[in-house]
Design a protein around this ligand. Structure first.
Ligand code: FES
Ligand code: FES
Length: 160
């Protein structure tokens, strides 16, 4: 069965015919062509596919595209504005929060979701918010520092 999916994707209204069983991850990468969202484990274990649905981090590999009908979805491509990195992107860049970078879009979206609902997270709150994301390279210390730096940037008016 097919259906018409209507959503607000990265701030713009979209309408696409999709099969009922299409995963949000595949919709984003293959139907829309937004390849910033990564496929990792493809089974809800790694967080590489994290996007924001109505500002809440969700695994797009476990979400049917049909579920986001009428909702707002933000991917990593939504964060930079007019050529400027968002606070979280700057945090990861300036604090060396990425090495190979494969996990980074998922960490950045989970972090952006955290800072949208909690402008001043403690280290424990950051660790909890990123607890479903796996990085094989960094050892996580730099990632925590990146989010703390992003929170400080938000205090100066940057958007997460
Ligand atoms: S690809 Fe979705 S959780 Fe790993
Ligand atoms: S930076 Fe390589 S997996 Fe995280």
């Amino acid at each position: 069965m097919a259906r018409i999916l209507q959503l607000t994707l990265n701030g713009r209204a979209r309408r696409d015919a999709i099969p009922d069983n299409l995963l949000l991850l595949d919709y984003l990468r293959e139907t829309v062509g937004l390849t910033g969202t990564k496929t990792g484990c493809d089974g809800g274990e790694c967080g590489a596919c994290t996007v924001l649905i109505d500002d809440q981090p969700r695994f797009s590999c476990l979400t049917l595209a049909a579920v986001v009908d009428g909702l707002k979805v933000d991917t990593i491509e939504s964060l930079a504005s007019e050529g400027r990195l968002s606070a979280v992107q700057r945090g990861f860049h300036e604090k060396l929060g990425a090495q190979c970078g494969y996990c980074t879009p998922g960490f950045i979206m989970a972090s952006a979701g955290l800072l949208r609902r909690n402008k001043h997270p403690t280290e424990d709150e950051i660790r909890e918010a990123l607890g479903s994301n796996i990085c094989r390279c960094t050892g996580y210390v730099k990632i925590i520092e990146a989010v703390q730096h992003a929170a400080a940037l938000c205090d100066t008016g940057a958007s997460p």
